[in-house]
Design a protein around this ligand. Structure first.
Ligand code: PHE
Length: 344
């Protein structure tokens, strides 16, 4: 018997085993009491000294190696057997699912309400030209109103069509859209905007707006009031109190701002909303600017202002979300504090 060939054969047989019974049969065959190897080891004592010295270590080594192979195969088969056993009564592994950010949820709600009133949803660029962000909206260079929208300028550009900035509002999309579409139209434009300003509980250097624009032959301020009332009531419930306040924007005439009541009044009272009211020293929170589109804006877009009229508005998404979800500080939306985010 050649120990080397024996090892080879044992190896092939062991590897071919699919279960512990088969492995046991192989074990008996190679290292069992009646196996060739065991008999050879037992017969050593009858051999002449010289031959015994030569054969003994080889046989012992072969036995050791085969036993080692058997042991590791046994381990392998035992562990795959454990894996194959499915215990349906064991508790499952909980998978963490992601979820939408409160601002994304808010945008979805705003979009749902306006699409239900037949508005289309339009997208626009975050990097704008001075031309669309200011000029066409009746805010010429050096106009004091530009201070309301101090922003981040990009390098380069030698006139207002090539000078670029991070848009300060979504209003540039009014003209961009009208330039390429014919009225009547009704659109909303959700998107991110940027302001160069100090942050506090209700101001951030970047935030989200939803622009609205409705143009027709006789779209009036009364239509605006109806649409916004519908919107606010669908968003905050029928008991919500809000007010229209005269205001000024260069691109609307007349202009209004819309405030929603934080505290006092008939609505449900909340700690967080009281905190916002205190920090702003007002019972109301301004959520949108709006008005009738200024004829100069129609002219810039190539519309005849004698023929067309309409309203525009810009609503702040964070402000809506603060009211709806009772979040006292706008900066929390952009903090990565999971205790806030995971509530949604
Ligand atoms: N763009 C204005 C702002 O950001 C809001 C606004 C939009 C006002 C449309 C009037 C009409 O403050």
């Amino acid at each position: 018997m050649n120990p080397e060939t024996l090892k080879q054969e044992a190896y092939t047989d062991i590897e071919a085993c699919n279960n512990l019974q088969e492995l046991e049969a192989v074990r008996v065959k190679y290292v069992g009491r009646k196996s060739e190897l065991t008999l050879a080891l037992r017969g050593l004592k009858d051999l002449p000294l010289e031959e015994r010295r030569n054969a003994a270590p080889k046989l012992q080594q072969a036995r050791k190696e085969i036993e080692g192979m058997l042991a590791s195969k046994e381990k392998e088969l035992a562990s795959s057997k454990a894996e194959a056993k499915v215990d349906l009564t064991r508790p499952g592994t909980r998978h963490a699912f992601g979820h939408l950010h409160p601002l994304t949820l808010m945008e979805k709600e705003v979009v749902d309400i306006f699409t239900s009133m037949n508005f289309s949803v339009i997208d626009g660029p975050e990097v704008e030209t001075e031309h669309y962000n200011f000029d066409v909206l009746n805010i010429p260079a050096n106009h004091p109103a530009r201070e309301m929208w101090d922003t981040f300028w990009l390098k380069g550009g030698n006139d207002s069509r090539s000078r670029k900035l991070l848009r300060t509002h979504t209003s540039p999309m009014q003209v961009r859209y009208m330039e390429t579409h014919t009225p009547p139209l009704q659109i909303i434009v959700p998107g991110r905007v940027f302001r160069y300003e100090a942050t506090d509980a209700s101001h951030e250097i970047n935030f989200y707006q939803v622009e609205g624009l409705m143009v027709g032959r006789d779209v009036s301020l009364a239509n605006f009031k109806y649409v916004i009332e519908e919107f606010l009531k669908k968003m905050f419930g029928p008991k919500t109190e809000f007010r229209f306040r005269p205001s000024y924007f260069p691109f609307t005439e007349p202009s209004v701002e819309v405030d929603v009541r934080l505290v006092g009044g008939k609505g449900e009272q909340s700690e967080s909303l009281r905190a916002i009211a205190e920090s702003r020293k007002s019972e109301w929170l301004e959520v949108m600017g709006a008005g009738m589109v200024n004829p100069k804006v129609f002219e810039a877009a190539g519309y005849n202002p004698e023929e067309w009229q309409g309203f525009a508005f810009g609503v702040g998404l964070e402000r809506l979300a603060m009211l709806k979800y009772k979040i006292p500080d706008i900066r929390l939306f952009y903090s990565d504090d999971l205790r806030i985010i995971n509530q949604f």
